[in-house]
Design a protein around this ligand. Structure first.
Ligand SMILES: [Zn+2]
Length: 708
């Protein structure tokens, strides 16, 4: 490239969509473009408008062709349309084009098509292969289930030659071997473009929906005694967490599956299988789940990619159990094969979250569906186009005004502002208290540590109510122990002392680059149950269950060499309260906790840590500690054992009290996975290697001594 010139990696995306919710016959096929020079945080935010609509591919029934020619003509029509859309990129990619950059400088830019986001059928359409093959390599259909298959990557030059020979009537052998379709592809004239390398991982369709929901869940369910009924029963009595959707009726009756449901199932599925099936099934499922969680990392290192690969290997090393159990005959499934290419794609194109098809699905609302609603629903594509042009003009003009007029704030249209990242901001909305107007608690680095409501939600609660409603049986002795250790107050709490209680505290977890660029909000609750009541007007107010969060607390400073769990313990929060004023001023609210036994090593195979309540002289071990000792909430999966969950009779609301043994769930959030799985695994590997080295050195020394 000439000096000062730059490349703009062009990212394309297309996705056919229906325009109305109820009938599928009104469709549009938007075609989007963005560039890789933009940060992915900006690129995937619909309100930033970094992904632009450059056209609609026509959706036609092609009735004018005979039935057996119809699909072929359809493929070619797609390629002709995209060729027209991308025509300006051909010359610009070859000789560059002077463009004004955001900083005002003019640069010579070479736009090169580098990535294409699409679901599997469209990936095949784009590269020109059949739907039983791989859009990236020439793997034979019957080898798609193998882990170590020596598949050759598709080569654009070679493919073009085969297509040319096929068009000339020569019927080359490779045409069928490589599962090609007879098309004249749009990408043939695009400079420096390897369309096969452009195909990106598709987390939603390949992993969440495909490999996990459609395959692994159904196979693993068949490998459990009692099958669907048993799995449903376990989902029903799963312990609650604000970041977990509770499947009240189990999963087999759920008819509307979205990405959100899949992800929620992934959070507890492994814990549900624990002890209920063959250990190899557990390992295969764990391999898939770990792979899915690693594939979600927003930043990768060589090390995390090694873990990603190891997870995939774990699945393959154990998958034959499904054949042994008669559940599967083979694993020649596209989605299982696609995963083979994730590692290379992440290395060459960046982490998979940057190419999520969920992003384009969100764009459809702004750039197709809203436009359709504005039309008269007849011959709607031209109307939508005009509508979008006007929208864009208004946005441009607003941008100009904001730049030109000091203090001018453009009114955003409502739809665009509704971010699809709402999920993350959801900190549980069952009690919208006055959290928002409150001054958050900050640490020395001015980072928010926690927030509680301005006023406690229950004032002047007597001790007997705390004992009965919150189960904080030994509040007084433990509070007095705390007072003696941390205040100078000569007073002690007595049965007449009154307390002010908070329902919840929101913790801000420090951002982890692998997880998210934003800090994660985490809520802990201590809410008593309420019986059904009647209001003064006679309306029924239904009973509500108690909610006492489980959490990780710091009991001593962490020593890095002792692993990520050093100095941490699991507790159940029973009470969040303010130190009564008579004892002086406490800078932070206090919590009354029930302790679990110390954390040990993860359970073999399952890879999760086991925990149970800790008691002393038949009484629950408890303490009063400052809220600032609480590090984060955690999720405990009850150990259902190998029997029937129905017979256990546990309920989601009370299972923490009903079960005796739990697994600390690393899959509840990506944050927990990073911490409880990735970092813990890394530490255990280092520890194992060190132990081996010590052992080797010892045996060398013994040999040496013997020789002497
Ligand atoms: Zn492949």
């Amino acid at each position: 490239m000439p000096e000062g010139a730059t490349v703009a990696p062009v990212v394309l995306s297309s996705d056919k969509t229906t325009l109305t919710r109820f009938s599928g016959d009104k469709q549009a096929w938007p075609f989007y473009l963005t560039i890789g020079n933009l940060a992915k945080e900006i690129r995937r935010k619909p309100s930033e408008r970094a992904m632009v609509l450059i056209g609609y591919i026509p959706v036609c029934k092609l009735d004018c062709f005979s039935e057996n020619r119809r699909s072929l003509e359809g493929y070619q029509l797609f390629h002709e349309c995209v060729r027209t859309l991308l025509e300006p990129l051909v010359e610009a990619g070859k000789s560059g084009m002077d463009m004004v950059c955001a900083d005002g400088f003019i640069r010579t830019v070479y736009p090169i098509v580098a990535a294409y986001i699409a679901d599997y059928p469209e990936q095949c359409l784009v590269v020109g292969c059949k739907e039983n093959s791989c859009p990236k390599c020439v793997v034979p259909p019957k080898s798609r289930g193998d882990h170590q298959v020596n598949s050759v990557l598709r080569d654009p030059e070679e493919t073009l030659q085969i297509l040319k020979d096929q068009a000339a009537g020569e019927h080359p052998k490779e045409f069928n071997d490589q599962q090609l379709r007879p098309v004249d592809p749009f990408w043939k004239d695009l400079p420096h473009c390897n369309i096969f390398a452009c195909i990106t991982p598709d987390l939603l369709h390949q992993l969440h929906k495909g490999v996990f929901k459609d395959h692994i869940v159904s196979w693993a369910t068949k490998a459990v005694d009692g099958q669907e009924e048993e799995i449903d029963a376990r989902f029903c009595s799963m312990s609650l967490h604000p970041d977990l959707r509770h499947f009240k009726k189990g999963i087999s009756l759920t008819s509307q599956w979205t990405g959100r449901e899949h992800k929620n199932m992934e959070k507890t599925f492994l814990g549900i299988l624990a002890e209920a099936t063959d250990p190899k099934v557990i390992l295969a499922v764990r391999g898939i789940l770990d792979f899915i969680y690693y594939a979600h990392f927003e930043t990768h290192t060589d090390e995390s990619l090694v873990h990603l690969d190891a997870a995939w290997l774990m699945f393959h090393e154990n998958k034959d159990i499904f054949i042994d159990l008669g559940i599967r005959k083979h694993f020649n499934i596209n989605k299982l094969h696609n995963i083979r290419h994730y590692l290379d794609s992440i290395r060459s194109l960046g982490t998979a979250d940057g190419f999520n098809t969920e992003g384009t699905e969100r764009l459809h609302i702004d750039l197709a569906k809203v436009g359709y609603l504005a039309s008269n629903k007849k011959d709607y594509i031209p109307q939508m186009t005009i509508w979008l042009q006007r929208q864009e003009s208004i946005q441009c003009f607003c941008g100009y005004l904001q730049w030109a007029v000091t203090g001018y704030v453009a009114q955003e249209d409502e739809v665009a502002e509704e971010d699809n990242e709402k999920e993350e901001d959801d900190v549980g909305d069952d009690d919208r208290d006055n959290l928002e107007d409150n001054e958050p608690m900050k640490d020395e680095l001015d980072q928010i540590v926690y927030r509680v409501a301005k006023k406690p939600s229950l004032m002047n609660v007597p001790v007997h109510s705390i004992i009965n409603d919150f189960g904080a049986l030994d509040l007084l002795p433990h509070l007095n122990t705390f007072l003696r250790a941390s205040t100078t107050s000569p007073l002690s709490a007595t049965p007449t002392t009154m307390f002010s209680l908070y329902k919840r505290a929101v913790l801000t977890l420090p951002p982890i680059r692998e997880v998210s660029s934003k800090a994660v909000q985490d809520a802990i609750y201590a809410v008593r149950g309420k019986p059904e009541t009647r209001t003064t007007r006679g309306n029924r107010r239904p009973a509500s269950a108690a909610h006492f969060s489980t959490a990780l607390v710091r009991i001593k400073p962490a020593e890095d060499r002792k692993g990520p769990l050093d100095g941490l313990a699991v507790v159940q929060i029973r009470l969040i309260f303010q130190l009564p004023e008579i004892f002086g001023h406490s800078p932070h609210p206090l919590v009354y906790v029930h302790w679990f036994k110390p954390l040990r090593e993860p359970v073999d195979g399952l890879g999760m840590l086991q925990v149970s309540f800790s008691s002393h002289n038949r009484r629950q071990r408890a303490s009063v500690i400052p809220l600032t000792d609480v590090q984060q909430s955690c999720h405990l999966i009850p150990a259902f054992g190998s029997g029937s969950a129905k017979e256990l009779g546990w309920t989601a609301e009370k299972v923490i009290q009903e079960a005796a043994l739990f697994y600390l769930n690393p899959y509840i959030r990506h944050y927990d996975f990073y911490f409880l799985q990735y970092r813990l695994e890394r530490y255990l590997i280092v520890k194992k290697n060190q132990a081996r080295e010590v052992e080797e050195a010892r045996s060398r020394a013994i040999k040496h001594r013997r020789r002497r």
